[in-house]
Design a protein around this ligand. Structure first.
Ligand SMILES: *Cc1c(COP(=O)(O)O)cnc(C)c1O
Length: 430
């Protein structure tokens, strides 16, 4: 049996704004005890810290002050309109990947002039909505998409501002499912084909070439792949200039990682300095598309232990959150630190932390040493990115409530879905 170790203090780790701390033996979000949140809003429940969100955005931007830049939050990491609104007020732009995300950003008060539209499969409707809104740039991912966009813009009498997302064939050294900059990925235009596609773009009547874009993957914890990709992009920008295709912005994408357990991603400042150092002689605007790094450690998933089940080979803690609430463990075998909201002294057991969904892949954590009783609350840490945004209704489970803590104030930012909500759009046969 393991002793109950003190809770790790992640506060000093890189890019880890941590507003989730123990006070008087209880885990708090800022000044609010997580038990109070469970009492008021029930579990499972996503809890975000406003201070942590703001600090992440401000820290990210701090290294960029004085440069012509735009930080476009990657909406898919966490699309709640309260979060988008908070970032919009701090001056953020947004990286969207669907018409749905465009609608969200506009509903949240985002500035269309600060939106970039990424994604391999934009359809004509999505292109029309974005052209109508007047977005900053389309990040085009293929020659076919370019043709379609030229046609759609032409029908509307508009000119579409465009970057090509080029695929620099750089290994981001991350999980294969979240690596996007390798030759065998579906994303972007192959680096070798980029010049030819830019020449096509430059000749199209309803396309205006503005930028170059790349995004090599997610949860990247080393600087080298970013710099390798940027060097290739800068070479491309020079070649394009020589061909009389001037580039006014470079979009370096997102992907900077966070600390889930013991990763040490580059600090924002180091990352910004390394990128800006390469751009000193270029008169271009620089765009960033961070997602995870701005929200990942600003949220936890609060859940309750329903049952403890001790079998011959394993101890299971069956909690009320599941893979439909937080898919990352099931999808990527991702690690999330899991802590008791009110840790007990004494002996621990090694638990499989699992949900109620009927899948053996429905786990939230393996081999966690905890001292648990039924009814205890657990916080699944680093759940602010790709948590709620990937949640589903599998097993007809309503998606969790989302709350945001602001000092000693608690705001419901998304109510829990009820069963009737889940089949409200379905119809019986006549
Ligand atoms: C997902 C995505 C991002 C954000 O990635 P993070 O790893 O969350 O920073 C940025 N740009 C594009 C095109 C993406 O698809």
């Amino acid at each position: 049996m393991l002793k109950n170790l003190p809770q790790p203090n992640l506060q000093l780790k890189n890019n880890n704004v941590n507003e989730f701390d123990f006070k008087n033996g209880t885990l708090h979000a800022e000044n609010i005890a997580l038990n109070q949140i469970a009492e008021e809003f029930n579990t499972p429940c996503y809890v975000y810290s406003k201070a942590a969100l703001m600090q992440a955005f401000n820290d990210f931007s701090a290294g960029l002050i004085g440069t012509n830049h735009l930080v476009c939050f990657a909406v898919k990491a966490n699309p709640n309109i309260a979060i988008l609104n908070l970032f919009a007020k701090l001056g953020a732009g947004f990286d969207i990947v669907s018409g749905g995300e465009l609608a969200r950003v506009l509903a949240a008060g985002g500035d269309p002039q600060k939106i970039v539209f990424s994604g391999v499969g934009k359809n004509a409707d999505e292109m029309r909505s974005a052209l109508n809104a007047g977005i900053f740039c389309f990040n085009v991912e293929s020659a076919s998409e370019l043709n379609r966009l030229n046609q759609v813009a032409g029908e509307m009498g508009k000119i579409a501002p465009v970057s090509l997302r080029v695929n620099p064939n750089v290994d981001a050294k991350t999980h294969p499912y979240i690596s996007t900059g390798l030759k065998n990925n579906k994303f972007g235009v192959a680096f070798e084909d980029a010049i030819a596609v830019y020449e096509q773009a430059a000749a199209m009547p309803n396309i205006a070439v503005h930028g170059v874009d790349c995004h090599i993957g997610s949860q990247i914890t080393e600087l080298a792949p970013f710099i390798e990709a940027l060097d290739l992009i800068l070479g491309l920008v020079d070649t394009l200039a020589a061909k009389n295709i001037p580039i006014s912005h470079i979009d370096v994408g997102g992907g900077i990682g966070i600390t889930y357990s013991d990763e040490t991603p580059p600090e924002f400042k180091t990352y910004a300095q390394a990128i800006l150092a390469k751009l000193t002689h270029k008169n271009v605007k620089i765009l960033f598309e961070p997602g995870r790094a701005l929200v990942g450690n600003a949220g936890v998933l609060l859940t309750k232990v329903e049952y403890l089940k001790h079998t011959e080979s394993k101890n299971f803690a069956i909690v009320d959150a599941a893979m439909n609430d937080l898919m990352r463990p099931a999808l990527y075998d991702a690690y999330h630190n899991i802590v008791a909201v009110n840790p007990r002294d004494g002996e621990t057991n090694v638990y499989e932390i699992v949900g109620p969904v009927c899948e053996s892949g429905d786990f939230l954590g393996h081999d966690r040493a905890l001292n648990l009783a039924e009814g205890d609350l657990l916080a699944i840490k680093s759940a602010g990115a790709y948590g709620m945004s990937m949640a589903s209704n599998y097993n007809t489970r309503g998606r969790a409530a989302e709350v945001m803590v602001d000092g000693d104030k608690l705001h419901l930012i998304r109510q829990r879905e009820k069963a009737a909500d889940l089949f409200a759009l379905e119809h019986l046969l006549p």
